[in-house]
Design a protein around this ligand. Structure first.
Ligand code: NAP
Length: 298
């Protein structure tokens, strides 16, 4: 079924930067009425100004911290109150926690990854899908990651949170198959954002990124808008990496081989625990600031 975006009311999380920002702008310029959510209020206002400056409808700004249990449910209620209804839910907000398991364990950093990347999307589904079912139409887009197929020393929390999100996304689609509610999984590979710049600080991460195509947020947004309009089930971006989705064991085997090759460069005594996101630790903050400066200069 073709979805006319000009008729859609959309809640998108993680719209203050990167993929979410580009996607929000592309959807708004197609005429959608948006509620944009994240922690960084100034960035959301800048986005809203940019959208209205380009002729789009001003989005509703909803500041929230999705690493805290309970906030996702409140966010859904605020979005319903402001938009009247939510036709499309885009669970895009995401963070990583990079560090070896014997340093992080089940620490707060690790739990925040799961609250943001996994539990908050599920809380939003519980709050919004019943309304979609009542209306008999809707769409849930969950932004996972190709890292669900290819973990790495120190990246277990992020990779496993995205594997878990992918599994519940597939399950949700099966649960809703007798309805007209669509479920789409957006699987980005590496995309040039602040998140990628901080992920690159994790021990040995340079080896993962070597030889992989790096996409851009604008190109991803164009592909994602098309996929949302057409009601597609999955989108892998950059498209060159689509084989990974269909050959997961090969990808895992290749990753394990690369890890063995890269072994001597990965310092397993590195005690760093890198907290990502705009509230991240000094290493992540520095990586994000360097990325933003480099973008401004280019
Ligand atoms: P990004 O620029 O760091 O954007 C992350 C977004 O999530 C920001 O808007 C951030 O806003 C929001 N967010 C983070 N923690 C939050 C929290 N506790 N509460 C509310 N919002 C929060 O990174 P990105 O690359 O665009 O990532 C977007 C999504 O794509 C994530 O789910 C990520 O896992 C996924 N992904 C990215 C890549 C890549 O290579 N870039 C690859 C695969 C998957 P605030 O900091 O303002 O709260």
């Amino acid at each position: 079924m073709y979805r006319n975006l000009a008729e859609q009311r959309i809640l998108i999380t993680g719209a203050s930067s990167g993929i979410g920002r580009a996607l929000a702008k592309a959807l708004a310029l197609k005429g959608a009425h948006l509620a944009v959510a994240a922690r960084t209020e100034t960035a959301l206002h800048e986005l809203a100004d940019e959208i209205t400056g380009a002729g789009g409808r001003r989005p509703v700004i909803l500041v929230t911290d999705l690493s805290l249990r309970g906030n996702a449910e409140q966010l859904a209620q605020r979005a319903l109150a402001e938009l009247g209804r939510v036709d499309v839910l885009i669970n895009n907000a995401g963070v990583g926690c990079f560090g070896f398991q014997w340093n992080v364990g089940d620490g707060e950093e690790a739990r925040e990854v799961y609250e943001t990347n996994f539990w908050s999307p599920l809380a939003l589904v519980r709050s919004l899908v019943p309304h979609m079912r009542e209306r008999g139409t809707g769409l849930v887009v969950n932004v996972s990651s190709l890292m669900q197929l290819r973990t790495w020393p120190g990246l277990g929390y992020y990779a496993s949170s995205k594997s878990a999100l992918a599994a519940v996304t597939e399950t949700l689609r099966l649960e809703l198959q007798s309805s007209d509610i669509d479920v789409m999984e957006l699987l980005p590979g590496p995309v040039d954002t602040q998140f990628l710049s901080e992920s690159a600080q994790a021990p040995g991460a340079g080896h993962i990124l070597r030889n992989l195509p790096i996409g851009t947020t604008d190109a991803l947004a164009v592909a994602a808008v098309r996929a949302i309009e057409k009601g597609r089930r999955r989108l892998v971006y950059p498209g060159k990496l689509v084989a990974a989705l269909y050959l997961p064991m090969l990808v895992r085997y290749k990753a394990a081989r690369t890890v063995r090759k890269a072994g001597q460069d990965i310092d397993v005594n590195d005690p760093r625990v890198l907290r990502s996101g705009s509230n991240g630790d000094p290493i992540a903050q520095q990586a994000r600031a360097d990325w933003a400066r480099a973008k401004q200069a280019s």
